[in-house]
Design a protein around this ligand. Structure first.
Ligand code: HEC
Length: 195
């Protein structure tokens, strides 16, 4: 009897305190105002790529002149390897890094400087039932790159989707720029390197 009561109690406590996008194990946590809390520890998630559109290759005015370090949360990565799709609850992080220097001992190029911003996309049927692929987009960067917000509101669909939806190769994500994702899609352990 005690065991049953304890199980019911712990189940209801779990339900009460787990404000996550998807039952159980999403890395997306929303506060009681419905804002996405800034994810923690993402530099230990799966690193999928670092695109860069530097100013000097774009007439000095690239829309996004910094490096983008992109990560996917580990639980969604596991599903991607198996099923080849972004599960409900997926979190993809884009951390902005300035161009630090343009030359080093091996030659000229682009080398990372400092962290200057953070954006994210979260897939949630429950929270974004009407958006394309159920994705919500978020920006944690304060104006002038002065630190990061603790939580962020979902951005208007048009601001980000207008470019992602028509141009990104798979489910609003630019998989065409991420060999890490392409190699592992539905390939399981065969796609993680070394085989
Ligand atoms: C003009 C097109 C365009 C717009 C507008 C745009 N993005 Fe992107 N985004 C890209 C491209 C291209 C990439 C991949 C290459 C790169 O990072 O530069 C990308 C990558 C991303 C990624 C990494 C996952 C992926 O799909 O590659 C995130 C997260 C992201 N963008 C968030 C945002 C947010 C938040 C907004 C709105 C504030 C936004 N983007 C607006 C073109 C766009």
């Amino acid at each position: 009897m005690k065991v049953i009561i304890f199980s019911i109690l712990s189940l209801s406590l779990t339900l009460m305190f787990s404000d996550v996008t998807h039952a159980g194990d999403s890395y997306a946590h929303f506060d009681d105002k419905g804002q996405l809390e800034r994810p923690m520890g993402y530099r230990e998630w799966i690193f999928i790529g670092a695109p860069l559109t530097p100013n000097d290759m774009n007439d000095g005015k690239a829309a996004f002149p910094e490096f983008h370090n992109v990560y996917i949360d580990p639980a969604s990565w596991a599903v991607w390897k198996k099923a080849g799709e972004f599960r409900d609850g997926t979190v993809i992080i884009k951390e902005l890094v300035s161009v630090g220097s343009k030359s080093t001992y091996s030659g000229n190029g682009y080398f990372m400087g400092e962290y200057i911003g953070l954006e994210a996309m979260v897939k949630s049927k429950k929270r974004f039932p009407k958006s394309n692929g159920n994705w919500g987009f978020f920006r944690f960067t304060n104006d002038n790159y002065k630190g990061l917000k603790k939580s962020a509101n979902v951005l208007p669909q048009k601001a980000c989707m207008s470019c992602h939806t028509p141009n990104a190769e798979y489910d609003n994500v630019f998989t065409q720029h991420y060999p890490v994702l392409r190699a592992a899609k539905s390939k399981g352990e065969a796609g993680i390197g070394g085989k």
